[in-house]
Design a protein around this ligand. Sequence first.
Ligand SMILES: Nc1nc2c(ncn2[C@@H]2O[C@H](COP(=O)(O)OP(=O)(O)OP(=O)(O)O)[C@@H](O)[C@H]2O)c(=O)[nH]1
Ligand SMILES: [Mg+2]
Length: 288
Amino acid sequence: MDKEKVEQLKIQMQQWLNEAEEFINHIPPVQLYTAVGVVLFTLILLLIKTKSIIQNNNSNNYTIPSVIPQVKPGKVRLFKRTTSNTIILTGLSGSGKTYLFYQLRDGSAHQGTVTSMEPNEDSFILHSEKDKKGKLKLVHIVDVPGHSRLRPKLDEFLPQAAGVVFVVDSVEFLPNFRPASEYLYEILTKASVVKKKVPVLLLCNKVDKVTAHTAEFIRKQLEKEIDKLRTSRTAVSDADISNEYTLGVPGEPFAFSQCHNSIIIAEASGLTGEISQLEKFIRENVKP
Ligand SMILES: Nc1nc2c(ncn2[C@@H]2O[C@H](COP(=O)(O)OP(=O)(O)OP(=O)(O)O)[C@@H](O)[C@H]2O)c(=O)[nH]1
Ligand SMILES: [Mg+2]
C-alpha cells in the first residue's frame, strides 16, 4: 500500500519536472537570465544586510547591553537611512530642557513646567522659521528628562540622533557641576555617540540671570572635572566599566577639542527665548 503511494508520488513528481522543463524551454533565454540575475542580486543584498545586523547586534551586546539594537527584529531596512532629523535635549533635571523644547516649537516657554516624567517629543517646523518660505525640514526634538531613573530612556533615542544638546544650568552651575560632568562623560563615551561622531552642543542656559556663569568658565570646569573622571574611571577594573570608549589624549589634560565628534559651546535662555545659537546648531545638523 505504502509502496504504491510512493510510486504514485514519484510519477507525479516526474510529470511536474517535465512540465517545468517544458515551461523553461519556452521562455526566451534573455528573460530567463534577467530573472536569475534579479533573484541573485536580491539574495546578495539580503546577505549583506543580515551580516551588518548581526555585526551591529554583536557589538551592542558586547559593549553596552542596555543599548537597544539599531535595527529592531522584523524591521529589516535594505538601505541605511543616512539623514536623521532627531535632536536630543539632555542634561540634569532643572537645567531648562522643557522650556527650550516649547520655545523651539511654540515660541513661548509654557511657564510653570514641572519635572518631566516622560520624554517629550514632537516633529515640527521651528517656530522662528514658520513664516519662512522655501525648503524647510521638520525637526524631531526629543526632550529626555534629567532624573537619574529616567536617563536610560536616552539610549532609545541616541542611535537616531543627528545631534545632542547637553543643557547646563549656568546659574546653579557650581552646586551641580559634578553630576553634570558625570552625565556628560557618560554620553560622550557611549558607542552610539562616538562611532557615529554625533555632534554635541553644550548649551549654557538661563543666561538671562546676571548671576549666570560664562560659557567659557563652564567649559573649563567641565573639562577639568571630566579629566578627573577619566583618570578615576580608567583606574577601575575593566570589568566594572560600562563606558566603551576613553576620552581625549592619554597623558594630556582633557579638552573637548580632543574629541572626534564636534563639541561646541553656546548660550541660551529658554525663559526669554534667546535660542538663536541652539537653532543654528539644529539647522546645521538637520538639513532641509
Ligand atoms: N532664569 C531662568 N530660569 C529658567 C530658564 N529655563 C528654565 N528655567 C527654570 O528652571 C525650571 C526647570 O525648567 P525645566 O525646563 O522644567 O527643566 P528640565 O530640564 O526640563 O527638567 P527635568 O524635566 O526635570 O529634566 C523652570 O521651572 C524655570 O523656573 C531660563 O532660561 N532662565
Ligand atoms: Mg523637563
